[in-house]
Design a protein around this ligand. Structure first.
Ligand code: UDP
Length: 346
């Protein structure tokens, strides 16, 4: 394959670049570097000369994206580039809609008109379990046919873009230019690649596992549990944490198996839920450190409990999480953050 990876310098996108390169594919990564990092791009470039290019551009720069698609004759797009914090999306919804919808449409237009009007063959979209919001009774674990009622602007941007993609895929089919469309609804992605090259370095960092690790490292005086009064076994929110390399494996399988003319949605999560307190216990076990935890109020936009029913992805893509032990996931994150005390240092 010849793959455009948007958001390629970000946490998940960089892991996708690495896996695709290791599998022998050609990769062009594009990233605004607003939250992504140049260091992993440089490392991948040095490790895979001639098969990897990095373009510093925003997904909204349709002309530049189209030029890249044409120049490298890219047949596949993995679209990771997005802003992706639930809380931030509540504070600045229009900015979320601009990035995740308006700019993404410019990307899609480039994907439509490139390659002498043939367009790209495959499009794989990073969607989210946040599109489900709080599932109705009987829908946890969450199957793909669960009603989608997001509880945050972030979740709504992902759901709206799913709809845009479905309309676009139907249009391609009508024009006899069938697209293979996959929408992967991620649960909570965590951990780092096991070679130690890539990791999670966000500014600001808001995700539970890296925040807890920073607390264990003594980089934060304390950390907060956002809500201890939820109707869950220990009062804290429940999430499904999938290792980043397993997540990327789902993308590779989707690219290989979803046929032209098909539009498929798959949930990607291991199928087991962990509460916030259980995650903090795991970080304590892995790090061997205790840290101060404050029970704070609920965070706006958070769903109560979300974990995956992996039946469909197992059946149709043959996907199975390789890392299912939460301590193993946390260990990969801990190892990278210990080895890179300043993240990528940029
Ligand atoms: N969370 C928390 N304290 C933190 C960060 C997160 O209690 O410092 C909770 C958050 O409210 C949610 C869960 O941990 O219930 C996972 O949050 P995260 O931001 O990692 O991912 P999200 O589920 O929002 O994608």
């Amino acid at each position: 394959m010849r793959v455009l990876v948007t958001g390629g310098a970000g946490y998940i996108g960089s892991h996708a670049c690495q896996r695709l390169l290791n599998d022998g594919h050609t990769v062009v990564a594009i990233d605004s570097l607003y939250r992504g990092h140049r260091a992993p791009m440089d490392a991948l470039s040095a490790g895979h000369p001639g098969r990897f290019a990095f373009i510093h551009a925003d997904i909204g720069e349709g002309g530049r994206i189209r030029a890249a698609l044409d120049e490298h004759d890219l047949d596949t797009v993995m679209h990771f580039g997005a802003v992706a914090y639930v809380g931030e999306s509540v504070d600045d919804p229009l900015w979320y809609y601009r990035n995740n919808i308006a700019s993404a449409i410019a990307l899609l237009e480039a994907c439509d008109t490139c390659r002498d009007g043939r367009g790209v063959d495959r499009f794989i979209f990073s969607s989210s379990c946040a599109t489900y919001g709080d599932p109705p009774e009987g829908m946890i674990p969450v199957p793909e046919h669960c009603p989608q009622h997001p509880t945050s602007p972030y979740g709504r941007t992902k759901l709206h873009f799913e709809h845009i993609l479905l309309d676009y895929a139907a249009h391609r089919a009508n024009q006899d230019r069938p697209l293979a469309l996959t929408m992967l609804r991620y649960f909570n992605v965590a951990g780092s690649d096991r070679t130690g090259l890539l990791g999670e370095d966000h500014t600001p960092e808001t995700h539970l596992i890296p925040v807890a690790i920073q607390a264990a490292q003594g980089k934060r005086e304390s950390m907060s549990i956002f809500g201890a009064d939820y109707p869950t076994p220990d009062g804290t929110c429940v999430r499904d944490y999938v290792h980043v390399e397993d997540l990327i494996d789902a993308h590779v399988r989707a690219a290989e198996r979803v046929k032209p003319g098909r539009a498929e949605a798959f949930n990607v999560g291991i199928g087991k839920g962990y509460s916030v307190r259980e995650i903090l216990d795991s970080v304590r076990r892995v790090s061997g450190k205790d840290f101060r935890v404050i029970e704070a109020g609920r965070r706006a936009g958070d769903a109560i409990a979300l974990y995956n029913d992996p039946t469909k992805i197992q059946r149709d893509l043959g996907w199975q999480a390789q890392v299912t032990d939460i301590d193993e996931i946390v260990t990969t994150a801990w190892n990278w953050m210990q080895a890179h005390p300043d993240g990528y240092g940029d």
